[in-house]
Design a protein around this ligand. Sequence first.
Ligand code: GTP
Length: 593
Amino acid sequence: MDLARIRNFSIIAHIDHGKSTLSDRILEVTGAVQARDMKQQYLDSMDLERERGITIKAQNVRVEWNDHTFHLIDTPGHVDFGYEVSRSLAACEGVLLVVDAAQGIEAQTLANCYLALEHDLEIVACLNKIDLPAADPDRYAMELENVLGIAAEDILRISAKTGAGVPELLDAVIDRIPAPTGDADAPLQALIFDSQFDQYRGVVSSIRVMNGVMNANDKLHFMQAGADHEALEIGARRPATTPMKQLGPGEVGYLIAGIKDVGDARSGETVTTMSKGADTPLPGYQDPKPMVFSGLFPIDGDDFEDLRDALAKLKLNDASISYTPESSGALGFGFRCGFLGLLHMEIVKERLEREFGLALIATAPSVEYRVTSTDGETTVVSNPAELPVVQKIDTIEEPVFKVSIITPKEYTGALMDLCQTRRGEMKRMEYLSPERVELDYEIPLAEVVVDFFDQLKSRTQGYASLDYELTGYQAAHLVKVDILLNGEPADAFSTIVHREKAETYGRRMCEKLKELIPRQMFDVPIQAAIGGKVISRETVKAKRKDVTAKCYGGDISRKRKLLEKQKEGKKKMKAIGRVEVPGDVFISALKLD
Ligand code: GTP
C-alpha cells in the first residue's frame, strides 16, 4: 500500500466528551457501517463498557476517506489504563483531541496530550457538542490555545451527534497528520498494541507494522516473550474482520497466531519473522505493574475452585491482573489480587460476579509497602497480614503519586483541604485560564486509593478532573491497625495507616461495624488495636427476640417463608469466629468517609 495514503490516529477525549459517538459517526460518514446497521457505540464491545460508558480495551478499525486509508485506533480513557494509552499512541502518527465545548479540557486528557507530544504526534483538536445551548467554543478554544499552544483558529468545531463538521475534521486529518514512514525491505518489526482472547480463535492481537512485511502463514518470532508462532490469519477490521494476504509498513490490522493466553502476546511486544528477523525490538516495552492490591474471597467457601477458574479465564483477556492464593482467618481461602488501579479492581470484581456468578468479598485495597527490618532486609508487603511485628520493623516506605487536578477556581479551597487531609504536599498551582486552575500535589498512593476520586467529585460537583502517576517511595510512620470481633482478629478489616490517623481509623471502623453488624445471640465486642494495644472499642448488644415470634401459631406457610428468607440471608453471611457478618458489611465498612 502507498504509505502516503495512510493516516493512523487515536482519539483522545475525556469520558463523556464524545469519543464513542464520534467514532460511530466516522464509521457512518466513511460508509464503513451503513446507518441502518449502526449499533450505537460500535467500538465498545463489552457490555460492561457499554453500561459504564468507558472504553477499556483498545479496538482499531480501518476506513476509507477521499482516497486515503485511515486506521482509527481507540485508546482507553481512564487513568488506570495509562500504559495501554501509551502503546496505542506508539501505533499512530497523530491524535484527534476531542473536547466538550461546554466543559473544556480535563486533567487526563491534558496528560494524554502531553504523552502524544512526547511521542512527537500531531494533534488535531476539535470542540464537540457545538449543538448544545451551553456550548462555548470560543472560550474553550482560547483555553486550549493557552494550555497546549494550538492556535484557536485551527481548532475545529463539530457535533458528533448531528455529524456537523465531521467531514471537515476528516479532511483535516489528511492535511495535518503526517503519513507513516517505514521500510518495506527491512526485516519485519510489528508492534502489538492490544490483545484480546476470543473463545473460538484464541488470542487476536492488534498490530501495527513498522518495518518490513507480514505475510499470512509467516513463521513469527515474538521478541520479548521469546516465543515462536505461525501467523494463521492476518487482516484488517473494517470493522468486521477481513483476512488479507499481507500487511506492510504503516498498516494496522489484526494477527491470529494460535496463542492461548494474552500474557504471551502483550501490549508492547515486537513481532518479527523467524528467519531473517530483526535484531532489535521496538522501544518502550513494559510489564504492566499492579498498583492496588486486595484479597478476593468467595462468600461461599465451596466456590474457591470456581473463583480460581474464573480468574484464570479473565487473565486470558487481561494480562495485567495478578493473583496468588491467600488464606484468611476470617474469610477462608481466596486470592490476593493486584490491579492497575481502583477502577480496574472494581471492574474485575464486577466481571467475576456478573460473568461467573460468584458472590465475593473484597478486602480493603492496599498498596505495596517497602518494609526494612531491623536486621537490614527489605521486603515488599501488600497484605497487612504479612507485615512483621512492630519490634522487627526499622522503616516502612510507601509509594507516592504526583496528582494533577484541574478545577474551576471556586473549588480550589475545598480541594486544597482534601489534599491536605490526605497528607498531600502542594508542588504547583497554575491558572489555565481566568476560570480554571491546575493543582499539582504529591500524595501517598494509599491516601488516593480510598475514595479520593469520589471526594474530589463530590466536593466540586463533578467539575474537577484528575490524573496521577507514580513518582517514587517515601518513608513514613505507618502502623497496622487490627480489628477484633468478639476477640477474633477480622483480618479483612485490618489496614496499614499513618500513625496519626490510626485512632481515627480505629474509632470509625468500630462505630461503623457496630451499625452494620446485626445483633447476635450474645454481646459482640468490636475492638481496634495496634500491636495488641486496644485503641477503640464498641459493643453490639445481644438480641432477645426470635424472628418468628411475631407470627401467630396457625400460619405455618408464613412462618416457613420467613425462615426461608432468613436462610437466604444466612447464605450471604460470613462467620468470623462465632459472629455472623453479612457479606455487604465488608464493602460498606470500607467506605469510611
Ligand atoms: P467514554 O466511552 O466514556 O469515554 O465516553 P465517550 O467520550 O465515548 O462519550 P460518548 O460518545 O459516549 O458521549 C457521551 C454523551 O455525550 C452521550 O450521551 C452522547 O450522546 C453525548 N454526545 C456526544 N457527542 C455529542 C454532540 O455532539 N452533541 C450532543 N448534544 N451530545 C453529544
